[in-house]
Design a protein around this ligand. Sequence first.
Ligand code: AMP
Ligand code: ZN
Ligand code: FE
Ligand code: FE
Length: 288
Amino acid sequence: MKQRVDLHTHTSASDGTDSPAELVDNARKAGLAAVAITDHDTLSGLAEASARARECGDIEFVRGVEVSTGTDQGEMHIVGLWVPEDCEPLEKALAAMRAKRGERNERILAKLDTLGIHLTMDDVLREAGGESVGRPHIARALVSAGHVRTITEAFDLYLGSTGKAYLAKDVMDPEEAVSIMAKIGCSVFIAHPMLKPYPPGWIEEFVKRLQPFGLCGIEAWHSEHTEADSRAVIGIARRHHLCVSGGSDYHGRNKPRISLGTGYGSLLVSTDAFGRLKQWREEQGLPC
Ligand code: AMP
Ligand code: ZN
Ligand code: FE
Ligand code: FE
């Protein structure tokens, strides 16, 4: 019996390297019972992946998305699962985010230009496989053109928050992101809540703030979470009657140490946990 699922992954539609169909194939090879694709700010990989999963018939596919939101503690990511096909309000909000990404990318290139680094948008788009384009693709263009040796160096010197060409991203308000997704019937989760050390009690306040807008749960399992992190999140979920989800945050060759399903090796998001999410949706009268 397959025992694991992965509900947080990225494809070449955003900043991963597997095409959506390849990701589904790799998830089957990894023995997953179910996989969700949660690309940043785009749904454009979902149709291809869903078709591949249907064709194969031995893996369940969940349509997802990850959006960046702004808080006093910096960016917090929100994951929506079971995105319906009919999702115009969400698609509209994502298209606006992608347009802002495009403007930001132009401004980053302009900053690089003043530093004597001349990259064109075509150089960047060549590194991108889909419609959600951002700093990882600019980083690859910097490597390809020989300005830096590695992606890490590109972020350290130029694109990271202390880099010379850094620009913050325009992001959504968390309330807006949660309510747009909840209203169309997604299950909405706070992504990787233990990625950074937040002030004591901050995450619980964030949960309380978003529950009235339709927050369903919180990611307990993630490649960057320790076992103690996962236990702490499960505690928060119990106290606030939340569901728990999780996944590897697989990005293919862009994060080569993170594997589908198992993360750095010890990640486990169980089919039981997945079953509980589906049961919760059934209780709400939502389709799975
Ligand atoms: P963006 O959405 O354009 O702001 O880019 C954010 C993405 O850049 C994240 O999802 C990471 O995958 C990647 N990233 C951020 N910092 C680094 C870093 N220091 N090294 C490599 N990748 C990074
Ligand atoms: Zn990413
Ligand atoms: Fe994230
Ligand atoms: Fe992610």
